[in-house]
Design a protein around this ligand. Structure first.
Ligand code: SF4
Ligand code: SF4
Length: 209
């Protein structure tokens, strides 16, 4: 993160985004909270499936899934929002949200795990997968960005490499090998919009061994 960035601690980002975790971040958080990892995943996390419409099928990528593979209700909800026949589906685990807030956000708007917060939080708002994104425009609600003169995305690039390595390992070895223990409930998003809940059974039907 750029040294000149000053977070105004307004917690708007904690009230806006789903925070996905890398397996090592989940381990670090369960240790920090002194709860066994299975309990941490059950109480603090959800299975997180983010789907992006694809123009055409891609047999070389196991994360590209046909809409037909989504079962009845979920498939129908997805169809209401997108007519695409295929979706790039990124399976992950995210922190739960309660009344739209991250579960780690206290009533006083402090982060309960500040020193161990995930990379996505540590880097925000200097985070982007595309260096051409105008961050001031994309995160116009972030007061800390307002007076910032130069934007340094080097830390973001390091984090992005880890995220990329995670999805490569999911592609090669499967989601279940990457995690081993799982939350019981999940959510399905179409890009950034939550579509519906998704059960563990349905999630594993799509990303089973
Ligand atoms: S983990 Fe902490 S910093 Fe990250 S979104 Fe949740 S409350 Fe905010
Ligand atoms: S990073 Fe920005 S949006 Fe998040 S708490 Fe700090 S000032 Fe607010």
């Amino acid at each position: 993160m750029s040294e000149s960035f000053k977070c105004a601690r307004c917690a708007k980002c904690c009230q806006t985004y789903w925070i996905t975790l890398l397996p090592e971040e989940a381990k670090g958080l369960s240790k920090f909270l002194k709860v066994p990892s299975g309990k941490f995943l059950k109480e603090y996390c959800v299975l997180f499936l983010q789907a992006f419409p694809m123009q055409k099928r891609d047999f070389s990528n196991p994360l590209v899934i046909s809409r037909k593979k989504f079962s009845g209700k979920i498939g129908a909800r997805l169809s209401r929002k997108s007519s695409a026949g295929f979706f790039l589906c990124l399976p992950s685990i995210a922190l739960r949200r309660e009344k739209k807030n991250c579960i780690m956000l206290s009533r006083r708007l402090d982060c309960k795990v500040h020193s161990k917060r995930p990379g996505q939080c540590r880097l925000f708002p200097l985070i982007s997968l595309d260096s051409k994104t105008d961050l001031k425009k994309a995160y116009s609600f972030c007061k800390g960005l307002k007076g910032l003169e130069s934007i340094d995305l080097r830390e973001n690039l390091k984090h992005y490499k880890k995220v990329k390595a995670y999805f490569e390992s999911v592609k090669k070895k499967g989601f279940q090998k990457a995690w081993k223990q799982f939350p019981e409930k999940g959510v399905l998003l179409l890009d950034k919009e939550k579509i519906c809940g998704i059960s563990q059974k349905e999630f594993f039907r799509l990303f089973g061994p």
